[in-house]
Ligand binder design. Structure first.
Ligand code: ATP
Ligand code: MG
Length: 649
């Protein structure tokens, strides 16, 4: 990966930013030399009912992992996201809803949001939900999804949001694991012009005899489509809220009371029920939102993630609302009804900050200028990326074609487990290098270790770990603290292991190389999948690529490349040769793919990440035990890939 392109901080951004380079350096230094003092001060970004006197109580020691922040303080998340803004911003827009159909949109002011959250909170209470109970949300991207999350927070119920694209089996698994008492859903969702039978899926999930915890299902009417009704169990949202009081005092919660459980994407194995608590999580979401996106009062922020992902929790709802921001909730997909939809939404709502994922960027990039046709995107000031390493090629395209070379890109590295962004540029402080997530956020102490846990210094490559806790860190795997310790704290003693590999350059910038399970070892050379994939995507006929290693007698591992070509391109022996030569030239002979598997569909999680675990099994012919495929967006691609494998050379 070349470090040759450096984009200096834009003076116009630095001038009014919350942090310029000097501020970043000063705050970062303080945050790691005196974490207590730093977070004692910055915990004040929230309103506390009972102020905390204790700040940090954390241990990463295997066998005694214990993470607590602000542990004697009390607060309410919904009050911080809504009530405290009512006086100054009551009539300001809080949520902007953009429907799947471009004709549909709506807004809620902070005052209106307050009213709806209180009413639904009372409806939940009427349906037997008490403080500490788990409520499962299986919702489309409508305002009511945000209302339901905040209503849970208001009464101290723990929400677990399950992405509306998941199957009844995946939903049932999460309900069983979380022991949810109530499910909140809609009759149908709408995405990309198609109806999604949410209520029907809930009915199927609840028909599973192992699901025994659910007493009620609250159903929001989105489309008016036909649904089956279970008297005594099912309740319409509009009926439950019709006469509900608009007054619902926020429950006083301890900082360490659970706020939500969220299952990880399932890229690497069975999803884990990640538990986040109240105080530290919100402090961290609010702080990162303010600094990473340099949010300025009155700006419009659009995060394209679904509420079913951690990004949708921290940067669609909690971070923005804690800052009194205007945040967009988009029901549709970035490519419907046309490739220009994302750009059109930016223009329509005059979006200032856009936060999306490499998978969306690559999909648009494959269509070239169609993605921006008829739009200016002149309102954009800052853009972000999250979810996977962003290939420099995709970064440049995003920067130039979407952003008109006017908006810095924050490539934010983080995980469901981390609650908020850990490694990222700050727009007014950090010079950018395409493909690098750059530097740690305040209070974050990353390190690289070799395979036996020795810390490596300077410009180096290794396993990415965190040496100390930050307020947004997950507290446990729900119901399985042992799995929490095993998964994150047993590989390297006394450190939080991220599962990702990274390289640090001479400027101290971090480059995520991919998951360490995916690292290749070819003739003794260790290579991240991200690097080879980036080289492939930089080839002008290639839209997307995924690399896996397959066993090889001499080299240890051979490189197997799955490649999707741009629309209109066709595989050929000549192209095969050209692609190999290209990689040889870009990285070196060692990285040349041994096998090329042309395909137009890579297996992806519902959040758009390539599932290399499955690709590895297909490449090695080990298709008898593909493991958990329930989080795949389209399970049928697996059979297609297996069939295609016959022709791979
Ligand atoms: P599971 O843990 O169930 O396998 P997952 O890791 O995909 O699923 P998430 O928590 O949604 O679930 O994703 C976090 C991971 O996504 C990170 O560990 C990293 O591999 C990748 N990632 C996120 N943001 C970035 C980024 N900016 N650059 C590189 N990789 C990223
Ligand atoms: Mg993970």
């Amino acid at each position: 990966m070349s470090d040759s392109h450096v984009y200096p901080v834009m003076p116009s951004i630095a001038q009014k930013a919350h942090a310029d380079e000097a501020t970043y350096q000063a705050l970062y230094q303080q945050s790691v030399t005196d974490p207590e003092g730093f977070w004692r001060e910055h915990g004040q970004i929230l309103d506390w009912i009972k102020p905390y006197t204790k700040v940090k109580h954390t241990s990463f020691d295997t066998g005694h992992v214990d993470i607590r922040w602000f542990e004697d303080g009390t607060l309410n998340v919904a009050a911080n996201c809504i009530d405290r803004h009512l006086q100054d911003k009551g009539d300001q827009v809080a949520l902007i809803w953009e429907g799947d159909d471009p004709k549909d949109d709506a807004t809620l002011t902070y005052k209106q949001l307050h009213q709806q959250v209180c009413q639904f909170a009372n409806a939940l209470k009427d349906n037997g939900v008490k403080k500490g109970d788990v409520v499962c949300l299986y919702m489309p991207m409508v305002m009511e999804a945000a209302v339901a999350m905040l209503a849970c927070a208001r009464i101290g119920a723990v929400h677990t949001v399950v992405f509306g694209g998941f199957s009844p089996e995946a939903l049932a698994g999460r309900i069983i694991d979380s022991n949810a008492k109530v499910v909140v859903t809609a009759d149908e969702g709408v995405r990309g012009g198609r109806a999604v039978p949410l209520k029907k899926n809930v009915d199927e999930a609840l028909a599973n005899s192992k699901v025994t915890s659910v007493n009620n299902v609250l159903v929001f009417k989105r489309t008016g489509g036909q649904v089956d009704w279970h008297e005594g169990r099912d309740v319409w949202w509009h009926e439950a809220t019709a006469n509900a009081s608009t007054d619902c005092p926020p429950e006083e919660m301890n900082a360490e009371d659970p706020l939500f459980i969220l299952y990880t994407s399932g890229s690497t194995g069975t999803p884990k029920g990640v538990l986040h608590t109240t105080g530290g999580y919100l402090v961290y979401a609010a702080m990162t939102f303010k600094y990473v996106f340099d949010y300025q009062d009155g700006e419009v922020f659009w995060c394209t993630a679904d509420v079913g992902w951690i990004t949708g929790h921290s940067y669609l709802i909690y971070g923005p609302l804690a800052n009194g921001a205007k945040t967009i909730l988009f029901e549709g997909v970035p490519t419907y009804p046309s490739t220009a939809r994302m750009s059109e939404v930016v223009d329509k709502h005059q979006v200032n900050i856009l936060y999306t994922a490499p998978t969306a960027i690559r999909a648009l990039m494959a269509k070239g200028n169609e993605a921006v046709e008829g739009t200016t995107r002149s309102s954009l000031r800052i853009m972000g990326s999250v979810g996977e390493p962003i290939n420099p090629e995709a970064w440049e395209w995003y920067y130039t074609t979407i952003g008109n070379r006017q908006s810095p890109i924050v490539d934010t590295w983080w995980q469901t487990e981390t609650g908020g962004i850990l490694i990222t540029p700050l727009p007014g402080a950090t010079a950018l290098k395409p493909g690098s997530a750059t530097r740690p956020f305040f209070g974050v102490q990353p390190a690289l270790v070799d395979n036996v846990g020795n810390i490596v210094d300077g410009a180096a490559e290794g396993n990415l770990v965190m040496l100390d806790s930050w307020p947004g860190q997950m507290r446990t795997v729900f119901g399985d603290h042992d799995r929490f310790e095993q998964t994150y704290f047993s590989t390297f003693k006394g450190m939080y292991f991220t599962g990702d590999g990274a390289r640090r350059d001479e400027d101290g910038y971090y480059w995520i190389t991919g998951r360490v399970d995916d690292v290749l070892n070819v003739s003794g050379h260790r290579m991240g999948t991200a690097e080879i994939e980036s080289a492939l995507v930089a080839f002008d006929k290639i839209a997307e690529a995924a690399i896996v290693g397959v066993p090889h007698d001499i080299k240890g591992q051979a490189i197997y490349a799955y490649i999707t070509l741009n629309a209109g391109e066709v595989p050929s022996a000549e192209l095969h040769k050209e692609v190999k030569e290209w990689v040889r030239k870009e990285i070196g002979p060692i990285a040349t793919p041994d096998f090329i598997h042309w395909t137009d569909a890579l297996p992806k999680t519902r959040s758009g990440k390539i599932m290399r675990r499955i690709l590895r099994k297909i490449a090695t012919g080990d298709t008898g035990s593909l493991g958990d495929t329930s989080t795949l967006a389209d399970p049928s691609v697996v059979d297609k890939l297996i069939a295609e494998k016959e022709n791979v050379v």
